[in-house]
Write a protein that binds this ligand. Structure first.
Ligand SMILES: Cc1cc2nc3c(=O)[nH]c(=O)nc-3n(C[C@H](O)[C@H](O)[C@H](O)COP(=O)(O)OP(=O)(O)OC[C@H]3O[C@@H](n4cnc5c(N)ncnc54)[C@H](O)[C@@H]3O)c2cc1C
Length: 384
């Protein structure tokens, strides 16, 4: 028998599952989520789990704050612990330009209700004691931020969505989108077609290819990023914030008894294949020795690689396709450029509102993909 759904969500990562949950919570549970692999296996379960609202774009501050609030309530709302550590998010500023960018963004952040503290070098090192002061000019701390566990968030949203009647199909790749006279009529999947008139594209780094099935142009490309893990580090301060050096984007946070660390590859690898490359460890070693010399003798092993879903201005693409030639009722939420995990609660809520024709809690119209036609790119500068 052919399956029918009011909405088909493509992609079972945190964005697709949050959207499905919010649709069902708003009363629309005739929703199918199709995921080609296992839930979260794309970028979500490879994320470092950082959650913050400290951005330069006011819209991202709003989405980040609304999501932080949702993560604070997550265990109560979904019955799923997510290991939320509100240890703060600390940017290490090591150039006059970085100081200027953060100083300019702070009033915007505070006006929206986000506490940010500008720190001296001594205060920065006191907040994150593994950090060397060498070359530092200061720091900025967002105390309310921190990190949590992506797999747990995926499990929580999936369970909530299922309880409310959403059908979730892992191991079921979408293979096409049928469009007749400008209207979506079905999604083709490995398990047969699903008749629908509404699609939400939440396929992360693979979104350009999926959108092209419907004739929609979404400029998203995969960019490989690695993560490493240390063994247990005796004496590690449990209050260690998520710490990130602005110039290099070298970052770390506590993970179990040790640290999780990341650093962009020296040469960008644009790919949709997240195979890891051991040569990256050498690049990481240089950053570790320079910024956190106390860790230079620690055993550090490669953890995994994953893909950032990059957009041209490093800012999200959220909206409903409406360029000439686009089909009706094709919605998208992608291009988060490395910060989709932290925004997923608010983004799922907003996309559900767009699907239902309601006014969203946050006006995301400026994040529509049309901004590139209008030469109205919105570069987000606090992206790592
Ligand atoms: C190393 C690393 C560290 C990161 N750290 C952070 C962080 O600290 N904080 C933060 O906010 N973000 C972080 N990110 C970014 C974050 O992981 C992503 O922005 C976020 O997970 C995007 O979620 P998503 O649901 O849109 O995409 P995904 O999780 O990639 O989900 C998309 C899904 O679509 C599926 N799919 C693709 N094609 C098809 C098809 N044809 N049919 C069916 N399913 C399909 C994929 O299998 C995938 O599961 C990090 C990313 C990486 C790689």
């Amino acid at each position: 028998m052919t399956e029918h759904a009011s909405v088909v969500v493509l992609g079972g990562g945190v964005v697709g599952l949050s959207t499905a949950h919010h649709l069902a919570r708003a009363g629309l549970s005739d929703v199918v989520v199709v995921e080609r692999g296992s839930l979260g296996e794309g970028s979500t379960c490879r994320a470092a789990g950082g959650v913050r609202a400290m951005f330069t774009d006011a819209l991202n501050v709003e989405l980040g704050l609304r999501s932080l609030e949702a993560y604070e309530r997550f265990a109560a709302d979904h019955g799923q612990e997510i290991d939320l550590h509100r240890v703060g998010y600390l940017f290490l500023l090591d150039s006059p330009a970085a100081l200027d960018t953060f100083a300019a963004a702070a009033p915007v952040q505070r006006a929206l209700g986000l506490e940010v503290r500008e720190l001296s070098v001594a205060e920065t090192v006191a907040a994150s004691p593994l950090v060397s002061p060498e070359g530092l000019l200061g720091g900025v701390l967002s105390p309310r931020a921190g990190h949590c566990t992506p797999e747990a968030v995926v499990a929580g949203y999936a369970a909530s969505a299922r309880r409310q009647g959403v059908r979730i199909r892992p191991g079921c790749a979408a293979t096409g989108i049928e469009v007749v006279d400008g209207a979506i009529t079905a999604v083709a999947t490995e398990a047969g077609p699903i008749v629908t008139d509404t699609v939400v594209c939440a396929t992360g780094a693979w979104s350009a290819r999926v959108a092209a099935w419907a004739g929609v142009d979404l400029p998203v490309a995969g960019l490989r990023r690695h993560v490493a893990l240390t063994g247990p580090l005796p004496g590690l301060d449990p209050a260690t914030p998520f710490t990130i050096e602005h110039s290099s984007s070298y970052y770390f946070h506590r993970e179990g008894g040790g640290l999780l660390m990341g650093l962009p590859d020296r040469t960008d690898e644009w790919t949709d294949d997240a195979r890891r490359d051991e040569a990256w460890l050498e690049e990481l070693g240089e950053a570790v020795e320079r910024r956190t010399p106390a860790l230079a003798e620690s055993a550090i092993g490669i953890g995994w690689a994953g893909l950032y879903e990059m957009s041209p201005d490093h800012n999200a693409l959220i909206g409903e396709a409406d360029r000439p030639g686009d089909p009706s009722r094709f919605l998208y939420a992608t291009g988060f450029s490395g910060h989709g995990f932290l925004m997923a609660p608010a983004v799922g809520e907003v996309v559900a509102d767009l699907v239902l024709g309601r006014t969203p809690a946050v006006d995301v119209s400026a994040l529509s993909v049309d901004r590139f036609d209008a030469d109205a790119a919105r570069p987000e500068l606090h992206v790592v």
